[in-house]
Design a protein around this ligand. Structure first.
Ligand SMILES: [Mg+2]
Length: 97
């Protein structure tokens, strides 16, 4: 069932709140944020890889095939980390405009 933009954004907000509850407020430099974001993108890639090739390694074979729902959840995490990076930048960047 298709979800509206508002519903997807609500899921991203809920993930942002979960991240804050887990990690507290995070302020990093841009390069650190990009590494965190890349790690989350990597997890989305891994979900798809293990969906398409469920036996590509022993651990994936033991876990069983991944699903589009898992890929989707990783994308929510990617979006939430991108939002957190923007929030952090806005807190740290006091330059006008
Ligand atoms: Mg993830």
């Amino acid at each position: 069932m298709p979800r509206s933009t508002g519903n997807v954004l609500a899921e991203i907000l809920a993930e942002r709140q979960r991240q804050d509850a887990k990690w507290g407020g995070q302020d990093h430099d841009p390069s650190t944020w990009l590494m965190v974001l890349a790690e989350e993108v990597g997890e989305a890639n891994q979900a798809v890889l293990e969906m398409l090739f469920p036996t590509y390694d022993k651990r994936a074979a033991e876990r069983g095939p991944r699903t589009l729902a898992e890929y989707r959840q990783e994308l929510i995490q990617v979006a939430a980390v991108a939002v957190a990076a923007i929030e952090s930048l806005d807190r740290q960047d006091q330059s006008p405009g």
